[in-house]
Write a protein that binds this ligand. Sequence first.
Ligand code: ZN
Length: 345
Amino acid sequence: MNHNTYIKRCIELAEKALGKTYPNPLVGSVIVHNDRIIGEGFHKKAGEPHAEINAISSIKDEDKHLIPESTIYVSLEPCAHFGKTPPCALKIVELGFKKVVIGAMDSHDKVNGKGKKIITDAGIEVVSSILEDESRGLNKRFFTYHEKKRPYIILKWAQSADGFMDKDFKPIQISNSLSKQFVHQMRSEEHAILVGKNTALHDNPSLTVREIEGRNPIRILIDFNLEVPDDFNIYSEEAETIIFNSIKNSEEKHLKFVKVERENSLEKILGKLYGLQIQSVIIEGGRFTLQQFIDQDLWDEAIIFKNPDLYIKNGTKAPNFDSIPQKTGKLRDTEVLFFKNQGLD
Ligand SMILES: [Zn+2]
């Protein structure tokens, strides 16, 4: 077996916690002795032990003496700072592993090579950048957040075959129940979900996760004049809501009102979301809001659900978006188009 196989296993383990570790990254770890896995673990939730520690704790008593002859694999550079838990790099040194293999280095200011340095300074061999692209891809949200100082942005909408988002400017079911489940899965995986005032008023969405088991994303509403009535679903107690507006800054139970200037508001909102440690956000509409993100090239991925049999003729036009899908799929009779913003890297 080679390093790639074990880093792949680390990534697989890490993915089990998708959506549950914010603001922490997804990390998996595997401990190998003579080509036999003697321990594995992943980071499950912020505040709980890191992947390396879970992998170490999973080693059976009769295997513990093998640690000094074992290699610890970890999909992300071990941490070097005292947070809610002591640094993993120190634990690795203390236990005296023979070798450490790292998927991606951690660009986060508090780590950024420091974890690796602690380990090499202690005389332990470190191999890094194994399956680096996959390891970075695993934490696309975390890396975008720290490197671009804004959340990872996913645009999402549904449109008819002739490019409309509603019928006669009233909500209409465009995609099927399977795509609805898919959207709820997405919501449970991303940190937050954003809509503009018009969508909140016209569709009265609750933006929660109902079709599957999962955590609710933090809801974000842009409503400069606070026109959305507080008995609308977006204000319900089921989930936290951040309301960007031009009137007040205040916190009331699950609601956070954040004042923001209208000029260059998108950039300012993204800056505030960075400050609030929001790592990813789905932009769920409507057209006006989506178009602003598209026009300012502020997006990382886009997902369009398209009903190829539905012709509407009159209503709100889908955003102007001329990108070529990276891949396409089908959820029964609904087409799903996936886009990646290639211009960003
Ligand atoms: Zn750690």
